[in-house]
Design a protein around this ligand. Sequence first.
Ligand SMILES: CCCCCCCC/C=C\CCCCCCCC(=O)SCCNC(=O)CCNC(=O)[C@H](O)C(C)(C)COP(=O)(O)OP(=O)(O)OC[C@H]1O[C@@H](n2cnc3c(N)ncnc32)[C@H](O)[C@@H]1OP(=O)(O)O
Ligand SMILES: CCCCCCCCCCCCCCCC(=O)OC[C@@H](O)COP(=O)(O)O
Length: 243
Amino acid sequence: MFSLTELLSASTHPGYSRPCGFPALLLTAFLFCRIIKTVVKTFKYFFGVRFEVKGLENFEVEGPAIIVSNHQSILDMMGLMEVLPDDCVQVGKKELMYAGTVGLIIYLGGVIFINRKSTTSAKMVMAEVAKTMAADKVKVWVYPEGTRNCTGDLLPFKKGAFHLAVQAQVPVIPVVYSSFTTFYNPKKNLFTSGKIKVEVLPAIETKGLTSGDVSDLTDRCFRTMRETLFRLSGCPSEAKDSS
Ligand SMILES: CCCCCCCC/C=C\CCCCCCCC(=O)SCCNC(=O)CCNC(=O)[C@H](O)C(C)(C)COP(=O)(O)OP(=O)(O)OC[C@H]1O[C@@H](n2cnc3c(N)ncnc32)[C@H](O)[C@@H]1OP(=O)(O)O
Ligand SMILES: CCCCCCCCCCCCCCCC(=O)OC[C@@H](O)COP(=O)(O)O
């Protein structure tokens, strides 16, 4: 069985697994993340973006968990760093790894790369993560929409994050960022100053759930997050429609 540390390298070089090295790479990743966090947390002052965070105490679950959140744009990287727990890695698309310096930074930051075009290989990587995340005591951050989406609503969720939670029998913690639509133009990548509300919701337990329950778990999370998104973005009527 791979440790997450090995997996981080295995996902980059298929067939190659690091001889030992635990926990060097994972600890390097956590250290690196702290540096990135410190640097990126200063960006908001230059960009004129403010964050209002609620519910941070919901991250204080004992041990590993899956964190799921909505993904609107590159601005989320700033929002991510506002709340990211210290013992957390993210799932990202493989293409990011090849993005030069940025790729190197996020590789060292411990991102688990998946190939979105191959469900089979993505599932294999995530099944390994499920096996090792408990041993490595890490939280894993997944964007269940699977892509950026700045429409003010959520895309239907992919199920990978929820399979992962059920396989590892760890709780799901939803995090919702209010809509950027009022101050951000994704096509031109332009934004004016604005406030982003962030809410960490209470953990949803998965103990005792099996793969047959994944669809329900996905739906439940989706509905809760959609209601929260509309509430935080100030459109309560739509929230009522969805429930
Ligand atoms: C200006 C500031 C700058 C600051 C800079 C800061 C520095 C930052 C530093 C460091 C931070 C780095 C941050 C990186 C961020 C990266 C973000 C991204 O890249 S987001 C894109 C990638 N993420 C995903 O795609 C999500 C994960 N995706 C999934 O989980 C999918 O489910 C996936 C890929 C596994 C499969 O996707 P499918 O498109 O095939 O769709 P499905 O419906 O989910 O699955 C198909 C069938 O397979 C089953 N299935 C899925 N996963 C399974 C599993 N694990 N086991 C068993 N069955 C599974 C499902 O149940 C479904 O079957 P049935 O329809 O229900 O019958
Ligand atoms: C140590 C010094 C730290 C300096 C920090 C600056 C480093 C810049 C790193 C930028 C990290 C960029 C991460 C990109 C995340 C992102 O937003 O990717 C898009 C995917 O999700 C979804 O892809 P798509 O399907 O194309 O929408």
